[in-house]
Design a protein around this ligand. Sequence first.
Ligand SMILES: [Zn+2]
Length: 442
Amino acid sequence: MTQRPPSLLRRLLAPALALTLAGCGLVTDYVIEPGQNTTSGQQAALLAAVPPAHLALHRSLFLADLHADTLLWERDLLVQTNRGHIDLPRMQQGGVGLQVFTLVTDTPRETPNPDPAIDHCIYATSRNLAGLLTVLESRPPRAWFDLRARAFDQAGKLLDAERRSRAPGYAGPELMVVRSAADFSRLLARRAAGEKVVGGVLGVEGAHWVGQDNADEATTRAQVKDLFDLGVRVFAPTHRFDNALGGASEGCSGQGLTQQGRWALLEAERLGMVIDLAHASSATLREAVALLAQPVVVSHTGVQEGCTGVCYRLRNLSDDEIRAVAAKGGLIGVGYWPEAVGPNGVEDILRVMRQVARALQQPAFKAAHPGLDPHAHLALGSDFDGAVETPIDVAGLPALTWAMARGGMTEAQLRQAAGGNACRLLAARLPGGGPAAAAACR
Ligand SMILES: [Zn+2]
């Protein structure tokens, strides 16, 4: 059978649509993104104040960050720009060793209540801005409406960046996607040998399609395995609204884990993924920590204590939640943006780090957990490129570690919080990992 030629209308429409979408790509690059992923303008002054002796110490740190949404955007990771917070050249300048790059498929429009005393909640049916962005960025049409396809498309961006960073002629650092403890050991060894290489770990922020429609156990576990096979190693069941796996901190139900959520978390843990409880409701967090055998992370968060004004309590951890996570050996990734920590830039990031340590020094908790080191549960969780304003981009990290040192952290505590703790947890938890792999973390 011969194929009919496309109609005149279709022949005219296809290039017109392509042109329109290409134009939209420029709109996201130059109009939408610059207003979303911003810095507060202090970075140059903050960096200028970092003394050379601290810079030398900073260069010796293994820096790891548990959360960035860079893959949501169309920006090329290999090219240094002044848009957004992360690209490989800026990661190299900031001295980053490892970044968790998160797949974010559904970000409902925020409609804060005008009365700050009344908390709002976010429904799954709120308009999905990640979907709109996927269309505007001219991503493949299969990713426009299907969340799983969108996650796979975003993961493809990181794998593509890895491949291109290894091509001859690229002067920036190589990106190495880390999927196992063996990969991680190689990353650490190559960095220790002075090679220009940075690690990337794939995470998912809201596995909304997993467990849907009252899926049975086999289906739910297979859907988690599908993400593992893609390379995902950090698994956050919920994002900003309740889904088939459980309640979210900004969700409307206040519920905990569903049966599908319990199956999903147990399968993710069994496979060697780290469970991430950022955006989990209190009930989800409590139930997950009780259910799981291994340490969890809360990848990007603030604390409720001292959280006022622009800082958004509902999104943040109570002292009890901090203690529940730490009691199981988990990590609190401290965010950089005002709604998590407050409006005062690096000073507020430090304030939150101190509060995490303080919560873990509560006398009753200390008595129940003798020997627990409060600084062993801190990590960085910037939320870079998560449509937030931060005091620095990734190149500005020396300013943050200088503030941590100036704020009273010992060198050992600084090494832990800046990445040592994250290094140990990932090396222990990634497939093939354990205490021996974690011993390579400094
Ligand atoms: Zn988030």
